[in-house]
Design a protein around this ligand. Structure first.
Ligand code: MN
Length: 229
């Protein structure tokens, strides 16, 4: 979350990476794309954090009234980071906004504002503690997300008013909420981990095994460790 002069990131992201056995680094906003690419080359993988809205021009749309604050330079940098990590087959894990940026990178688009653009949606901007699992999601049994959670239904927290709308190959939908909103996407293959989740597992880390398992799996893939069944 930033206004392009001052940035902050909630520490739960780095805490979760540390607790899962990884070494976290925060990246600054840098406008030179060759430096952004060099930063990406030095990392084992990429965790895309939550934040404001994605610029709709990136998926060919004009802004609608319900669009929130956009940060075009952050969009650009994150797309460049994803591009480099994708080319180099480094693990990519997107959370909330990160899931949306990942979807846009692959050629998909977004609901700019769920309430304005989709009929009869659940409450996806919960008014409850950040760790509270407010709505359920259904996980596809053939997905990596299922492999990680070993469950077809889990409960998640929810702090988003945007979401993936169309999802383009190599990404596919791996979980939805009961209103049909896309809550998780994934792509890649055995050798390349690419996942986006619309909820905030880092906020549930201490209280939810599924959240811990997600980070542990991501860090194992970062470190190139063997994944058990
Ligand atoms: Mn949600």
């Amino acid at each position: 979350i930033e206004n392009e002069r001052k940035f902050f990131v909630y520490r739960e992201y780095s805490d979760a990476i540390v607790q899962a056995g990884g070494i976290p680094y925060f990246l600054p906003l840098v406008e030179k794309s060759e430096i952004v690419r060099d930063m990406a080359r030095k990392m084992d993988g990429l965790l895309l954090t939550g934040g404001g809205d994605v610029n709709p021009l990136l998926f060919g749309e004009e802004p609608i009234p319900g669009l929130g604050e956009v940060t075009p330079k952050r969009d650009e940098e994150e797309l460049e980071l994803i591009r480099t990590c994708y080319e180099e087959k480094k693990p990519i894990f997107g959370i909330c906004r990160g899931c949306q940026v990942l979807n846009v990178f692959m050629g998909g688009d977004l609901f700019q504002d769920l309430k304005e653009q989709k009929k009869s949606v659940l409450q996806h901007s919960q008014d409850a503690p950040r760790h509270h699992p407010s709505h359920s999601i259904r996980i596809k049994p053939d997905s990596t997300l299922f492999k990680i959670t070993e469950k077809t239904i889990i409960r998640v927290n929810s702090f988003h008013h945007q979401a993936a709308r169309s999802v383009v190959s190599p990404l596919h939908v791996s979980a939805t909420s009961s209103d049909g909103v896309i809550e998780a996407i994934e792509g890649g293959d055995e050798n390349h981990f690419i996942m986006g989740v619309q909820w905030h597992p880092e906020r549930m880390f201490d209280r939810c095994e599924d959240a811990r398992n997600l980070f542990t799996y991501f860090v194992k893939r970062l470190l190139g460790e063997e994944i058990g069944t």
